[in-house]
Design a protein around this ligand. Structure first.
Ligand SMILES: Cc1cc2nc3c(=O)[nH]c(=O)nc-3n(C[C@H](O)[C@H](O)[C@H](O)COP(=O)(O)OP(=O)(O)OC[C@H]3O[C@@H](n4cnc5c(N)ncnc54)[C@H](O)[C@@H]3O)c2cc1C
Length: 292
């Protein structure tokens, strides 16, 4: 197996163009497991760890551009206040060791339906910046990024350079069901983002369909029904209906981690809970974590 170690982004793109079969390596927390278990034996590994710019993030014109190599630990520490939903999801990934190495870029590259960052990226309308030596930069809305189980929209010669998303303009929450609190793959997960300026709600459903997906009908229903101006209390019927619509958006399967019925039920509960937390924050201006 060849080990390619470009020092610059341009060299990385050139290497990927020349060897499209080369498997990118960022934190290695997916790649090395697959190699160790002989699930994959790529002809070449393309180590991106020497490319410093991938491990940077910056604000650009009111949005955030986060390099694909920023590890979860730094995302939590440095961007937790601006991207609370993604930071909550990041805190549930693996263990401290995994969060020190693993990245959102790698989660996107792996495109597992159970990946924890997908729901908040969907709820926050993220855009993936992909690039190839031949065609330059391609901005891919996250909604178009997931094509199937562990399949994404990258072309063989493309690499993920960064993802773009706006800093939270309202409350955001992430919820995950697992068999324990840490080191666990999601049975299912859900993210909610309120976008008050646009009177809009964003959602993301994880591990309950072949790809991560939004609950579009639930978003449209809730965006139209919330009392954005008056900030009145949530009615039980409103949150129940929202939960039902989120549940209907899922297309889960029975597998070793849980049954389809359980996943649907859990999603409706997580949808109601995250909505209650987010709406209480919006009404009071105090995040639920601080109020408790
Ligand atoms: C013990 C353990 C616990 C885990 N727990 C969780 C968990 O709770 N939640 C969760 O979501 N995941 C979990 N994972 C999986 C993994 O940690 C995450 O998917 C992580 O985000 C992968 O990031 P990475 O940087 O290590 O990616 P890598 O392993 O380096 O790469 C992952 C994939 O992305 C591709 N890739 C990487 N960078 C790029 C790029 N710039 N452009 C194009 N493709 C790229 C790689 O080729 C590979 O296909 C766990 C893994 C382990 C070993």
């Amino acid at each position: 197996m060849d080990f390619l170690r470009p020092l610059t982004w341009a060299d990385a793109l050139a290497a990927k163009a020349e060897r499209p079969e080369a498997l990118p390596l960022q934190g290695g927390t997916d790649v090395m497991v697959e190699i160790n278990f002989d699930v994959r034996r790529p002809g070449a590994l393309l180590d991106l760890n020497q490319i410093r710019e991938l491990a940077d993030w910056e604000p650009v014109d009111g949005r955030l551009r986060v390099g694909s190599g920023v590890p979860y630990a730094r995302l939590i520490a440095e961007l937790g206040d601006r991207l609370p939903g993604l930071a909550q999801a990041s805190r549930t990934v693996g263990s401290p060791q995994i969060r020190n190495r693993g990245t959102v870029g790698g989660n996107l590259g792996a495109a597992s339906p159970a990946g924890d960052t997908h729901p908040p990226l969907l709820a926050g309308d993220a855009v993936i910046e992909a690039e190839s030596a031949a065609r330059g930069v391609r901005m891919i809305p996250v909604l178009d990024f997931y094509l199937g189980v562990k399949r994404n929209a990258l072309e063989p010669d493309e690499l993920i350079r960064a993802f773009w998303t706006a800093p939270a303009s309202g409350p955001q929450y992430f919820s995950k069901i697992g068999t324990r609190n840490a080191m666990v793959i999601a049975v299912c997960s859900f993210a909610l983002a309120l976008h008050p300026a646009e009177r809009r709600v964003g959602t993301g459903v994880g591990s309950a369909a072949p790809t991560p997906r939004r609950a579009t009908a639930a978003e449209e229903f809730l965006s139209g029904e919330l009392d954005w101006e008056g900030r009145g209390p949530l009615s039980v019927s409103l949150s129940q209906r929202f939960g039902e619509l989120v549940k209907e958006a899922a297309a889960p399967i029975d597998d070793v981690r849980g049954t389809a019925d359980y996943r649907r039920h859990a999603l409706s509960v997580m949808a109601r809970r995250t909505l209650t937390w987010a709406w209480n924050d919006y009404r009071t201006g105090i995040p639920a974590e601080e109020a408790s």
